[in-house]
Ligand binder design. Structure first.
Ligand code: NAG
Ligand code: NAG
Ligand code: NAG
Ligand code: NAG
Ligand code: NAG
Ligand code: NAG
Length: 443
């Protein structure tokens, strides 16, 4: 009876001793670091034209830097490229979007294994939460993945698991466990989350405006036919030979471990080893792929793929007209062949300018009416099914009752209805069965 508590406390002591042992300074001294955001600025051109300070961690062509586009609001980020490229170097990973740090902030790997960005006053802006998890070292790998390793070489943490708006080759989005998505940057000067996201879902890859308005999705009929779901999507380079030439195909490779021939998103082909490439969800909601080939001639970067483009379709790549971009024509505009061609008003269509907008209709049902546009679709129409089958009058009353509804879209041939909370870019489709009804105040 008396031995019981004794052995229990003995076990407890052993445990305490062991955890003490494990937690105490397991990162060798020469692997820890502590960098302070102070000193001279670098002079090479970087994306968003910031001032920056380069830090020692560097693995060609990736380098850690503090950069700021607004004074004294720094982002800790990984830059890609070299000064010999003579071109603007992009930021391909960042630690602290939306949580900028100031002069004298510190970036450090502590001996307990936690990687941390702290502001000058000690406030933690970002950390990996890897204290006492067996971390023995830090490295930037040659593919741009920043990793914290344990003694067996396993990654306790990797930057590839926390993307913002950029995927490097080898980086993965996952339906379960994440990362689920890329989120755009608000503007060149303001590094906070923007309105666009690129999301992996069981049946599709999709682009959203304001989290819920889908303006594009990949269509994989095979997935639905065979009733299989996507597990992950990885940016990969696939080597192929065609007429005795070597090609490197860039793809967004989808997997689920069941289908042998799973569909993929083709992003272009180059004749050189393009393993240093990245996919970016832009400030404008467009998806672009850039490839990198250092050659000392100043043209190391090339834009290989743009989802919303003015080009015609080229198998097997997918292109969309720019009119499918929610913000192509600002707050309101009719769009045709990637151009903003008109500003709809209750009394007709006028020339488009950036000021094109609707008047707030107000909430009172007796205070507004609708005006009709023929042959026009909302940016959400092409990739969503809408509501239906419904009568147009039911579609209208849905919008009328909803104070936030700015207008509705109706296809008379299929009796389908879309409610729009923001109008933005309206696409001319040249099909008179596609109708738009825009709310406008009565006066
Ligand atoms: C730290 O020291 C170990 C053993 O001498 C060595 O293997 C390792 O490369 C060193 N790490 C750094 C970052 O210099
Ligand atoms: C940063 O710290 C140094 C001392 O290490 C101090 O001299 C300097 O004024 C600080 N800069 C700012 C902007 O606080
Ligand atoms: C499709 O798969 C899901 C889950 O894997 C299953 O619940 C569903 O019944 C399947 N549907 C068809 C039509 O086979
Ligand atoms: C993606 O999913 C497949 C199938 O489950 C799996 O075999 C593969 O390891 C996954 N890849 C990554 C990078 O997670
Ligand atoms: C492409 O480059 C990467 C990294 O530089 C390298 O690991 C890979 O082996 C290269 N592939 C070919 C086919 O040369
Ligand atoms: C209009 O759209 C319907 C289906 O939405 C299609 O069947 C029809 O061919 C289209 N008409 C024109 C002129 O494009």
């Amino acid at each position: 009876m008396s031995a019981y508590p004794y052995s229990l406390s003995f076990i407890f002591l052993c445990f305490l001793f062991r955890s003490f042992f494990v937690s105490d300074a397991i990162v060798p001294d020469n692997e820890t670091f502590h960098y302070v955001n102070q000193g001279d600025f670098g002079t090479y051109d970087s994306e968003y034209a910031p001032t920056y300070r380069a830090l020692p961690p560097f693995t060609f062509p990736f380098q850690f830097c503090f950069y700021n586009t607004t004074p004294n609001a720094y982002t800790l980020a990984l830059r890609m490229g070299s000064r010999r490229d003579g071109t603007v170097m992009p930021w391909v990973w960042e630690a602290n979007r939306g949580k900028p740090v100031r002069e004298n902030a510190t970036f450090s790997l502590h001996s307990d294994g936690n990687l941390m960005l702290a502001d000058a006053n000690g406030r933690i802006a970002w950390q990996t939460n890897t204290a006492n998890k067996g971390v023995v070292g830090f490295a930037i790998l040659s593919d741009g993945n920043v990793v914290l390793r344990d003694s067996k070489g396993k990654f306790v943490w990797q930057s590839f698991d926390s993307p913002t708006d950029t995927l490097l080759v080898g980086q993965t989005l996952r339906v379960r466990g994440g990362p689920f998505k890329l989120v755009s940057r608000e503007s060149v000067t303001n590094n906070v989350n923007g309105v666009y996201s690129f999301v992996i879902e069981p049946k599709r890859l999709a682009l959203y405006y304001n989290n819920n308005m889908r303006y594009w999705s990949s269509t994989f009929p095979e997935l639905n036919r065979k009733n299989v779901t996507i597990v992950n999507a990885t940016l990969v380079v696939v080597e192929s030979e065609y007429e005795e030439n070597n090609f490197h195909a860039l793809r967004c490779k989808l997997e689920n471990g069941q289908l042998y021939e799973f569909p993929y998103l083709g992003l272009g082909t180059v004749r050189y080893n393009s393993s240093l490439s990245y996919l970016r969800l832009g400030i404008d909601g467009n998806l672009r792929l850039y490839t990198y080939r250092p050659n000392g001639r100043g043209d190391a970067w090339s834009l290989l793929y743009t989802l919303f483009d003015r080009r015609v379709d080229e198998y097997p790549m997918i292109f969309e007209d720019e009119c499918q971009l929610p913000n192509r024509c600002g707050k309101l505009g009719l769009c045709e062949n990637s151009q903003c061609v008109g500003c709809p008003k209750p009394n007709g269509v006028f020339a488009w300018s950036k000021d094109c907008d609707t008047k707030p209709p107000g909430c009172k049902v007796s205070g507004f009416r609708y005006y009709e546009l023929k042959g026009v679709d909302h940016f959400t129409v092409k990739y969503t099914t809408g509501i239906g089958v419904v009568k147009r009058s039911d579609c209208e009353s849905k919008c009328t009752k909803d104070c936030k509804c700015m207008g509705y879209f109706y296809h008379t041939d299929k009796s389908r209805c879309w409610i729009a909370y923001e109008l933005k870019t309206l696409t001319r489709v040249g099909n008179s069965t596609h109708l738009a009804y825009i709310k406008t105040p009565l006066r």
